[in-house]
Write a protein that binds this ligand. Structure first.
Ligand code: NAP
Ligand code: GLV
Length: 306
């Protein structure tokens, strides 16, 4: 079995070493143009030339959860696309969202400023019932986030494409349930994949439907947010602020208003990082399943877009 590795912005050497150790029967090599045909690929944001030269691939394993960069490419229909499911990202996503939520709810940014100014002052805390949290996307990561938020006794709403029944979560689905979901939420968390349907979904019209003083946590993809609309809604007082991990342009350009905005907290697309050891263990298990004709989780549905 020959595996080719083509991952942008990734230090290949440790991956190649660990893949060779985990898959002793396979030959694993770094892709370069003109490389021999492989059976399987491990990819992250590969160029079109990669798939043009490797049309025979049985499967390509994406070393992330989101496959939007892959689905922009022309890929032979027979090549199965398989994404990571969780592989250590669920716990990170839950940490990130709970941290951002609690930082906002408990006014920790205010306490930081008070410490700098030498001020001793207790800040008011709203009842938790006034801080319902709406999670957009109830997939692998969204459900983990919903469970973590519910542990802190916040009311939790969830929204997905198809109907769901998640314990402790008031579930809404589809276009019909969207406005009711928004109206029932004050904090909005996006854990949706980037698809044509979710592009620009976080805009003036939708964010205005949140309970007044809304707070946005976007850990999904930057293309979902109309950034000017968020800035305007914060200026108008409809939104209280945001914690953003993903942006329409990454890295966030110098001089972008988010860098210095007092009500917007940013991180550099690091809410849930790929963990090499867990990802390789998952890929090795899925390769074994594929070769023995067993089903694998995380198969991408190209028509659906995730
Ligand atoms: P997933 O398991 O595929 O879950 C996606 C969820 O979104 C599903 O519940 C799906 O509904 C829902 N959904 C999709 N399209 C929808 C629509 N049009 N309307 C309503 N709901 C819709 O994906 P995941 O593993 O949880 O990952 C989610 C996303 O997180 C990834 O695609 C990626 O963009 C992002 N991510 C970001 C980071 C980071 O560091 N910032 C790290 C990892 C992942 P159904 O259940 O009905 O299908
Ligand atoms: C990271 O953004 C991922 O999709 O895994």
């Amino acid at each position: 079995m020959h595996i080719t590795f083509c991952c942008a912005a990734t230090d290949a050497e440790p991956w190649l070493n660990d893949l060779r150790a985990a898959l002793p029967g396979a030959s694993v090599s770094l892709w370069q143009s003109g490389a021999p045909a492989a059976d399987f690929a491990i990819v992250w944001a590969p160029p079109q030339a990669f798939f043009d030269e490797q049309p025979q691939l049985k499967a390509a394993f994406n070393i992330g959860a989101g496959v939007d960069a892959l689905l922009r490419l022309h890929i032979a229909p027979a090549t199965q696309l398989i994404r990571l499911d969780d592989a250590g990202m669920g716990a990170q996503m839950a940490e990130y969202v709970c941290h951002a939520l609690i930082r906002h709810y408990r006014s920790f940014a205010g306490y930081d400023a008070d410490q700098q100014a030498g001020v001793w002052k207790q800040r008011e805390v709203l009842p938790r019932s006034d801080m319902p949290v709406g999670i957009m996307g109830l997939g692998v990561l969204g459900q983990r986030v919903a469970q973590a938020v519910a542990q802190f006794d916040f009311p939790v709403n969830g929204w997905s494409r198809t109907a769901k029944d998640v314990p402790g979560v008031r579930c809404f689905h589809g276009a019909d349930g969207f406005h009711e979901f928004l109206a029932a939420s004050r904090v909005l968390v996006s854990v949706l994949p980037a698809t044509p349907e979710t592009r620009d979904l976080l805009n003036r019209n939708t964010l205005s439907r949140l309970q007044r003083g809304g707070y946005l946590i976007n850990v999904a993809r930057g293309v979902q947010l109309v950034e000017e609309d968020l800035l305007a809604l914060i200026a108008e007082g409809q939104m209280a602020g945001a914690a953003l991990d993903v942006f329409r342009t990454e890295p966030l350009p110098a001089g972008h208003p988010f860098w210095a905005h007092p009500k917007i907290q940013i991180t550099p697309h690091s809410a849930a990082l790929t963990i090499r050891s867990e990802s390789i263990a998952q890929i090795a298990a899925k390769l074994a399943a594929l070769q023995s004709g067993k089903p694998v989780a995380g198969l991408v549905d190209r028509t659906r877009g995730y």
